[in-house]
Design a protein around this ligand. Sequence first.
Ligand code: G4P
Ligand code: NA
Ligand code: NA
Length: 194
Amino acid sequence: MKRLEQKIVQEGIVLNENVLKVDSFLNHQVDPQLMLDIGRTFSQLFEGEGVTRVLTLESSGIAPAVMAALQMNVPLLFARKRKSLTLKDDLYTENIYSFTKQEESEVTVSRKFLSSVDRVLIIDDFLANGDAALGLARIAEQAGAKVVGIGIVIEKAFQPGREKLIEYGYRVHSLARIASLSEGKVIFATDSGD
Ligand code: G4P
Ligand code: NA
Ligand code: NA
């Protein structure tokens, strides 16, 4: 997605060779017009899949995911990282390990909102090691739902996330693919990765 790549070049800050900071439009301040464009693009990419729910992880996945859900006219459901007041029996639960943060968190989704009739599109802001997306996929599968695809806003193609997701048989689409963050510069991959 050209507009997204331009935004990354203009406003992204390369913190080190592994981390890109994009808090002016995605991770802190949010650019709603860009998110709407992102949502439209996801909706086109997964058209014909019969998506019934978009699933993401709070907090940074919510902005792009809600725009995709808006375009597809389905609900957005976000997995929660904080403990909810709901009884544990009423929740799907998965542990997700963050390699970046070196910590494990328990994420939950209410059983009320996900079931075996669902066709789920998973959306996330970043793809690094793939553990967040895989955890969300396991939650959908606990519910007996079908994961029809995984949509990522920014993929770090030099990290192993995509390979892992493909190995598990998921269809992955990323809107920006970063081949390298070496020497303080963002280099995009020349192919879509699909
Ligand atoms: P993974 O899911 O692909 O395995 O990635 P990882 O565990 O390493 O990611 C942990 C957190 O760090 C996630 O946010 C993810 O979006 C974010 N992240 C990973 N790489 C980058 C990067 O290069 N730049 C930025 N800005 N974020 C990155 P989170 O903990 O879920 O927080 P939130 O932002 O959703 O609240
Ligand atoms: Na994030
Ligand atoms: Na995230």
